[in-house]
Ligand binder design. Structure first.
Ligand code: SAH
Length: 353
Protein backbone atom coordinates (compact mmCIF):
# COMPACT_ATOMS: atom_id res chain seq x y z
CA UNK A 1 0.00 0.00 0.00
CA UNK A 2 1.26 3.44 -0.93
CA UNK A 3 1.51 6.28 1.56
CA UNK A 4 -1.00 9.08 1.50
CA UNK A 5 1.56 11.43 -0.08
CA UNK A 6 1.82 9.38 -3.22
CA UNK A 7 -1.92 8.87 -3.65
CA UNK A 8 -4.34 11.11 -5.51
CA UNK A 9 -7.50 12.29 -3.83
CA UNK A 10 -10.62 11.35 -5.78
CA UNK A 11 -11.89 14.85 -4.95
CA UNK A 12 -9.29 16.23 -7.35
CA UNK A 13 -11.03 14.58 -10.32
CA UNK A 14 -14.08 15.97 -12.08
CA UNK A 15 -16.68 13.69 -13.64
CA UNK A 16 -15.05 13.63 -17.07
CA UNK A 17 -11.66 12.72 -15.63
CA UNK A 18 -13.27 9.98 -13.57
CA UNK A 19 -14.96 8.61 -16.70
CA UNK A 20 -11.61 8.57 -18.51
CA UNK A 21 -10.06 6.81 -15.56
CA UNK A 22 -12.79 4.16 -15.57
CA UNK A 23 -12.31 3.52 -19.27
CA UNK A 24 -8.54 3.29 -18.86
CA UNK A 25 -9.11 0.68 -16.16
CA UNK A 26 -11.38 -1.29 -18.48
CA UNK A 27 -14.51 -0.37 -16.51
CA UNK A 28 -17.85 0.97 -17.71
CA UNK A 29 -18.03 4.77 -17.61
CA UNK A 30 -21.22 4.74 -15.47
CA UNK A 31 -18.98 3.75 -12.55
CA UNK A 32 -17.71 7.33 -12.57
CA UNK A 33 -21.13 8.67 -11.61
CA UNK A 34 -21.39 6.10 -8.83
CA UNK A 35 -18.05 7.23 -7.45
CA UNK A 36 -19.14 10.85 -7.78
CA UNK A 37 -22.27 10.15 -5.75
CA UNK A 38 -20.19 8.40 -3.11
CA UNK A 39 -18.00 11.49 -2.89
CA UNK A 40 -20.68 14.17 -2.87
CA UNK A 41 -23.93 12.55 -1.77
CA UNK A 42 -22.63 10.19 0.91
CA UNK A 43 -20.07 10.50 3.67
CA UNK A 44 -17.22 8.04 3.27
CA UNK A 45 -13.65 7.96 4.41
CA UNK A 46 -12.41 4.89 2.54
CA UNK A 47 -12.84 3.76 -1.03
CA UNK A 48 -13.76 0.37 0.50
CA UNK A 49 -16.91 2.02 1.85
CA UNK A 50 -18.21 2.88 -1.64
CA UNK A 51 -21.30 0.72 -1.81
CA UNK A 52 -21.92 -0.01 -5.48
CA UNK A 53 -18.42 -0.71 -6.73
CA UNK A 54 -17.19 -4.25 -7.40
CA UNK A 55 -14.38 -5.44 -5.11
CA UNK A 56 -11.95 -5.68 -8.00
CA UNK A 57 -12.40 -1.99 -8.79
CA UNK A 58 -12.10 -0.99 -5.13
CA UNK A 59 -8.79 -2.85 -4.84
CA UNK A 60 -7.55 -1.35 -8.09
CA UNK A 61 -8.49 2.23 -7.06
CA UNK A 62 -7.02 1.77 -3.59
CA UNK A 63 -3.54 1.40 -5.08
CA UNK A 64 -3.26 4.94 -6.45
CA UNK A 65 -6.22 6.82 -5.04
CA UNK A 66 -7.63 7.88 -1.72
CA UNK A 67 -10.81 9.66 -0.62
CA UNK A 68 -9.08 12.28 1.52
CA UNK A 69 -5.47 13.27 1.04
CA UNK A 70 -5.68 15.39 4.20
CA UNK A 71 -4.83 13.98 7.57
CA UNK A 72 -6.81 15.20 10.57
CA UNK A 73 -4.25 16.47 13.08
CA UNK A 74 -6.51 18.12 15.64
CA UNK A 75 -10.19 18.54 16.37
CA UNK A 76 -11.15 21.02 19.08
CA UNK A 77 -14.71 21.52 20.28
CA UNK A 78 -15.76 24.64 22.21
CA UNK A 79 -17.31 24.21 25.66
CA UNK A 80 -20.76 25.07 24.37
CA UNK A 81 -20.24 22.56 21.50
CA UNK A 82 -21.37 25.19 19.00
CA UNK A 83 -18.00 25.59 17.33
CA UNK A 84 -15.47 22.99 16.26
CA UNK A 85 -12.11 23.65 14.77
CA UNK A 86 -10.06 21.30 12.64
CA UNK A 87 -6.41 21.35 11.81
CA UNK A 88 -5.67 19.28 8.72
CA UNK A 89 -2.33 18.40 7.19
CA UNK A 90 -2.12 18.41 3.41
CA UNK A 91 -0.17 15.71 1.65
CA UNK A 92 2.78 18.09 1.21
CA UNK A 93 2.86 18.56 4.99
CA UNK A 94 1.15 21.97 5.35
CA UNK A 95 -1.49 22.97 7.87
CA UNK A 96 -5.02 23.99 6.91
CA UNK A 97 -7.60 25.30 9.37
CA UNK A 98 -11.36 24.90 9.05
CA UNK A 99 -14.06 25.94 11.52
CA UNK A 100 -17.60 24.56 11.86
CA UNK A 101 -20.25 26.76 13.50
CA UNK A 102 -23.60 25.27 14.37
CA UNK A 103 -26.32 27.91 14.12
CA UNK A 104 -30.09 27.51 14.35
CA UNK A 105 -30.35 28.22 10.63
CA UNK A 106 -27.84 25.56 9.64
CA UNK A 107 -24.25 24.40 9.78
CA UNK A 108 -21.76 26.96 8.55
CA UNK A 109 -18.25 26.04 7.51
CA UNK A 110 -15.48 28.62 7.51
CA UNK A 111 -13.18 27.49 4.70
CA UNK A 112 -9.52 28.44 4.17
CA UNK A 113 -8.49 29.50 0.67
CA UNK A 114 -4.70 29.71 1.10
CA UNK A 115 -1.99 28.32 3.34
CA UNK A 116 -0.86 31.47 5.10
CA UNK A 117 -1.53 34.85 3.52
CA UNK A 118 0.54 37.65 1.99
CA UNK A 119 -1.81 40.54 2.73
CA UNK A 120 -0.04 41.45 5.97
CA UNK A 121 -2.98 42.78 8.08
CA UNK A 122 -1.16 43.44 11.33
CA UNK A 123 -3.83 42.08 13.69
CA UNK A 124 -4.28 38.76 11.86
CA UNK A 125 -2.49 35.52 12.77
CA UNK A 126 -2.82 33.99 9.26
CA UNK A 127 -0.37 36.39 7.77
CA UNK A 128 2.38 36.02 10.39
CA UNK A 129 4.43 33.60 8.30
CA UNK A 130 3.49 35.04 4.90
CA UNK A 131 1.94 33.05 2.06
CA UNK A 132 3.02 29.45 1.75
CA UNK A 133 0.85 28.39 -1.17
CA UNK A 134 -2.60 28.62 -2.68
CA UNK A 135 -5.09 25.88 -1.99
CA UNK A 136 -6.50 24.01 -4.95
CA UNK A 137 -10.26 24.08 -5.38
CA UNK A 138 -10.45 20.39 -4.48
CA UNK A 139 -8.63 21.12 -1.20
CA UNK A 140 -11.41 23.58 -0.34
CA UNK A 141 -13.97 20.93 -1.32
CA UNK A 142 -12.11 18.43 0.85
CA UNK A 143 -12.56 20.69 3.89
CA UNK A 144 -16.34 20.46 3.43
CA UNK A 145 -16.37 16.72 2.72
CA UNK A 146 -14.05 15.86 5.61
CA UNK A 147 -16.03 17.83 8.20
CA UNK A 148 -19.32 16.38 6.89
CA UNK A 149 -17.79 12.94 7.33
CA UNK A 150 -16.34 13.56 10.80
CA UNK A 151 -19.49 15.16 12.23
CA UNK A 152 -22.02 13.28 10.11
CA UNK A 153 -23.80 16.54 9.29
CA UNK A 154 -24.78 18.43 6.17
CA UNK A 155 -23.15 21.79 5.71
CA UNK A 156 -25.58 24.30 4.28
CA UNK A 157 -23.64 27.56 4.55
CA UNK A 158 -20.11 28.41 3.50
CA UNK A 159 -18.06 31.42 4.52
CA UNK A 160 -14.74 31.82 2.74
CA UNK A 161 -13.25 33.55 5.75
CA UNK A 162 -10.61 31.16 6.98
CA UNK A 163 -6.91 31.50 6.31
CA UNK A 164 -5.94 33.40 3.21
CA UNK A 165 -7.25 36.04 0.87
CA UNK A 166 -9.73 34.38 -1.51
CA UNK A 167 -9.41 37.06 -4.22
CA UNK A 168 -5.64 36.45 -4.23
CA UNK A 169 -6.44 32.86 -5.30
CA UNK A 170 -9.23 33.93 -7.60
CA UNK A 171 -9.41 31.15 -10.21
CA UNK A 172 -9.33 28.27 -7.73
CA UNK A 173 -11.89 29.98 -5.48
CA UNK A 174 -14.27 30.57 -8.42
CA UNK A 175 -13.85 26.96 -9.50
CA UNK A 176 -14.61 25.87 -5.91
CA UNK A 177 -17.78 28.00 -5.74
CA UNK A 178 -19.02 26.86 -9.14
CA UNK A 179 -18.56 23.25 -8.15
CA UNK A 180 -20.15 23.36 -4.70
CA UNK A 181 -23.30 25.10 -5.98
CA UNK A 182 -23.75 22.48 -8.68
CA UNK A 183 -26.45 19.82 -8.04
CA UNK A 184 -23.83 17.25 -9.10
CA UNK A 185 -21.63 18.29 -6.19
CA UNK A 186 -22.95 19.59 -2.83
CA UNK A 187 -25.82 21.66 -4.27
CA UNK A 188 -25.21 24.51 -1.82
CA UNK A 189 -27.37 27.56 -2.44
CA UNK A 190 -25.47 30.51 -3.88
CA UNK A 191 -27.22 32.73 -1.32
CA UNK A 192 -25.63 30.76 1.47
CA UNK A 193 -22.07 31.42 0.37
CA UNK A 194 -20.13 34.45 1.60
CA UNK A 195 -16.71 35.51 0.39
CA UNK A 196 -14.74 37.86 2.62
CA UNK A 197 -11.98 40.02 1.14
CA UNK A 198 -9.47 42.51 2.49
CA UNK A 199 -10.31 44.62 -0.56
CA UNK A 200 -8.73 43.86 -3.94
CA UNK A 201 -10.88 46.32 -5.88
CA UNK A 202 -10.42 45.04 -9.47
CA UNK A 203 -11.17 41.48 -8.36
CA UNK A 204 -14.38 42.64 -6.63
CA UNK A 205 -15.47 44.07 -9.98
CA UNK A 206 -14.46 40.89 -11.79
CA UNK A 207 -16.50 38.86 -9.32
CA UNK A 208 -19.51 41.16 -9.87
CA UNK A 209 -19.22 40.59 -13.63
CA UNK A 210 -19.38 36.83 -13.19
CA UNK A 211 -22.94 37.13 -11.92
CA UNK A 212 -22.45 34.46 -9.29
CA UNK A 213 -24.47 36.51 -6.79
CA UNK A 214 -22.79 35.17 -3.70
CA UNK A 215 -22.68 37.38 -0.60
CA UNK A 216 -19.70 39.66 -0.37
CA UNK A 217 -18.03 40.90 2.80
CA UNK A 218 -15.37 43.59 2.83
CA UNK A 219 -12.94 43.79 5.73
CA UNK A 220 -12.74 47.54 6.19
CA UNK A 221 -11.61 47.99 9.81
CA UNK A 222 -11.02 51.72 9.37
CA UNK A 223 -12.91 54.26 7.25
CA UNK A 224 -9.94 56.66 7.11
CA UNK A 225 -7.65 55.76 4.24
CA UNK A 226 -4.37 56.72 5.90
CA UNK A 227 -5.16 54.91 9.15
CA UNK A 228 -6.45 51.86 7.32
CA UNK A 229 -3.16 51.53 5.45
CA UNK A 230 -1.33 51.33 8.75
CA UNK A 231 -3.13 48.15 9.79
CA UNK A 232 -3.88 46.78 6.31
CA UNK A 233 -1.03 47.20 3.80
CA UNK A 234 -3.39 46.32 0.92
CA UNK A 235 -4.95 49.74 1.59
CA UNK A 236 -1.89 51.36 0.01
CA UNK A 237 -2.89 49.81 -3.29
CA UNK A 238 -6.67 50.23 -3.19
CA UNK A 239 -8.08 53.24 -1.39
CA UNK A 240 -11.25 53.28 0.69
CA UNK A 241 -12.83 55.39 -2.06
CA UNK A 242 -11.98 52.82 -4.74
CA UNK A 243 -13.35 50.06 -2.53
CA UNK A 244 -16.63 51.87 -1.95
CA UNK A 245 -17.04 52.31 -5.67
CA UNK A 246 -16.26 48.61 -6.27
CA UNK A 247 -18.89 47.69 -3.65
CA UNK A 248 -21.47 49.94 -5.34
CA UNK A 249 -20.69 48.14 -8.57
CA UNK A 250 -21.11 44.75 -6.87
CA UNK A 251 -24.50 45.71 -5.43
CA UNK A 252 -25.67 47.15 -8.76
CA UNK A 253 -24.61 44.08 -10.72
CA UNK A 254 -25.76 41.36 -8.33
CA UNK A 255 -28.55 42.98 -6.28
CA UNK A 256 -26.94 41.41 -3.21
CA UNK A 257 -26.47 43.25 0.05
CA UNK A 258 -22.84 43.71 0.98
CA UNK A 259 -21.40 43.40 4.49
CA UNK A 260 -18.66 45.54 5.98
CA UNK A 261 -16.55 43.60 8.48
CA UNK A 262 -15.23 45.83 11.20
CA UNK A 263 -12.93 44.36 13.83
CA UNK A 264 -12.98 46.59 16.92
CA UNK A 265 -9.46 47.26 18.20
CA UNK A 266 -9.08 49.32 21.36
CA UNK A 267 -7.83 52.87 20.71
CA UNK A 268 -7.22 52.07 17.05
CA UNK A 269 -10.54 52.28 15.21
CA UNK A 270 -13.27 52.29 17.87
CA UNK A 271 -13.85 56.02 18.45
CA UNK A 272 -16.83 58.14 17.52
CA UNK A 273 -14.78 59.90 14.77
CA UNK A 274 -14.48 56.55 12.98
CA UNK A 275 -18.18 55.83 13.52
CA UNK A 276 -19.01 59.23 11.98
CA UNK A 277 -16.76 58.67 8.98
CA UNK A 278 -18.13 55.17 8.48
CA UNK A 279 -21.64 56.57 8.58
CA UNK A 280 -20.83 59.15 5.93
CA UNK A 281 -19.31 56.45 3.71
CA UNK A 282 -22.26 54.09 4.03
CA UNK A 283 -25.45 56.09 4.42
CA UNK A 284 -28.10 55.26 1.88
CA UNK A 285 -26.27 52.16 0.65
CA UNK A 286 -27.42 48.54 0.63
CA UNK A 287 -24.70 47.70 3.14
CA UNK A 288 -24.74 46.12 6.56
CA UNK A 289 -21.99 46.47 9.17
CA UNK A 290 -20.75 43.50 11.15
CA UNK A 291 -18.79 44.54 14.22
CA UNK A 292 -16.45 41.95 15.74
CA UNK A 293 -14.38 42.43 18.87
CA UNK A 294 -10.73 41.70 18.12
CA UNK A 295 -9.68 38.16 18.92
CA UNK A 296 -6.50 38.88 20.76
CA UNK A 297 -3.58 37.12 19.09
CA UNK A 298 -0.68 35.78 21.15
CA UNK A 299 2.39 37.98 20.91
CA UNK A 300 0.47 41.08 19.80
CA UNK A 301 -0.17 44.06 22.05
CA UNK A 302 -3.47 44.89 20.35
CA UNK A 303 -6.51 44.64 22.61
CA UNK A 304 -10.21 44.18 21.89
CA UNK A 305 -12.42 47.27 22.33
CA UNK A 306 -14.41 47.54 25.53
CA UNK A 307 -18.09 46.58 25.45
CA UNK A 308 -18.88 50.22 26.18
CA UNK A 309 -17.04 51.47 23.09
CA UNK A 310 -18.51 48.78 20.90
CA UNK A 311 -22.03 49.64 22.07
CA UNK A 312 -21.48 53.39 21.50
CA UNK A 313 -20.11 52.72 17.99
CA UNK A 314 -22.99 50.41 17.14
CA UNK A 315 -25.62 52.81 18.52
CA UNK A 316 -24.15 55.72 16.57
CA UNK A 317 -24.65 53.83 13.28
CA UNK A 318 -28.00 52.25 14.10
CA UNK A 319 -29.59 55.52 15.27
CA UNK A 320 -28.74 57.04 11.91
CA UNK A 321 -30.12 54.17 9.86
CA UNK A 322 -26.91 52.28 9.03
CA UNK A 323 -27.59 48.74 10.16
CA UNK A 324 -24.83 47.48 12.46
CA UNK A 325 -24.79 44.19 14.36
CA UNK A 326 -22.27 42.79 16.75
CA UNK A 327 -21.11 39.36 15.70
CA UNK A 328 -20.87 37.03 18.59
CA UNK A 329 -17.37 35.71 18.58
CA UNK A 330 -17.67 31.94 18.73
CA UNK A 331 -15.04 29.52 19.85
CA UNK A 332 -12.59 31.83 21.58
CA UNK A 333 -11.66 28.99 23.92
CA UNK A 334 -10.41 26.96 20.94
CA UNK A 335 -8.46 29.63 19.05
CA UNK A 336 -11.13 29.78 16.38
CA UNK A 337 -9.90 33.06 14.89
CA UNK A 338 -8.22 32.43 11.58
CA UNK A 339 -4.65 31.30 11.52
CA UNK A 340 -4.21 31.00 15.26
CA UNK A 341 -4.04 27.25 15.47
CA UNK A 342 -1.73 26.88 12.50
CA UNK A 343 0.46 29.63 13.83
CA UNK A 344 0.81 27.88 17.18
CA UNK A 345 1.59 24.57 15.51
CA UNK A 346 4.21 26.12 13.28
CA UNK A 347 5.77 27.65 16.38
CA UNK A 348 5.85 24.24 18.04
CA UNK A 349 7.35 22.55 15.01
CA UNK A 350 9.96 25.27 14.65
CA UNK A 351 10.91 24.77 18.28
CA UNK A 352 11.23 21.03 17.78
CA UNK A 353 13.70 21.36 14.91
N1 SAH B 1 -8.68 37.62 3.78
C1 SAH B 1 -10.08 37.75 3.97
C2 SAH B 1 -10.72 36.61 4.76
C3 SAH B 1 -10.01 36.06 5.95
S1 SAH B 1 -10.13 36.78 7.53
C4 SAH B 1 -10.42 39.08 4.59
O1 SAH B 1 -9.51 39.82 4.92
O2 SAH B 1 -11.59 39.41 4.68
C5 SAH B 1 -11.80 36.91 8.01
C6 SAH B 1 -12.08 38.14 8.85
O3 SAH B 1 -11.46 38.05 10.15
C7 SAH B 1 -11.54 39.43 8.25
O4 SAH B 1 -12.47 40.45 8.40
C8 SAH B 1 -10.31 39.69 9.09
O5 SAH B 1 -9.90 41.03 9.01
C9 SAH B 1 -10.78 39.26 10.45
N2 SAH B 1 -9.73 39.00 11.43
C10 SAH B 1 -8.47 38.60 11.23
N3 SAH B 1 -7.80 38.49 12.39
C11 SAH B 1 -8.67 38.83 13.35
C12 SAH B 1 -8.59 38.91 14.77
N4 SAH B 1 -7.46 38.62 15.40
N5 SAH B 1 -9.69 39.29 15.44
C13 SAH B 1 -10.84 39.57 14.78
N6 SAH B 1 -10.99 39.51 13.46
C14 SAH B 1 -9.91 39.15 12.75
Amino acid sequence: MKDLESKTSLYSLDLDSLKELMISLGEKSFRAKQIFDDLYKSKNKEIADFRLLPHSLISRLDIDYTVFDFELIKRLVSKDAQTSKYLFMTKDGKFVETVLMKYDYGNTLCVSSQIGCRMGCNFCASTKHGLDRNLKSYEMIEQIAYVQYIENVRISNIVIMGMGEPLDNYDEVIDFIQKIISPMYFNISVRKITLSTCGIAPKIRELADRNLAINLALSLHNPFNEKRREIMPVGAKYSVKELMSALDYYVKKTGRRVTIEYTMISGENDGIEEAKELYSLLRGKLIHVNLIALNEVEGSHKKASSNKNIKAFQDYLNKRGVNATLRKSLGQDIDAACGQLRSKNIAKIELKN
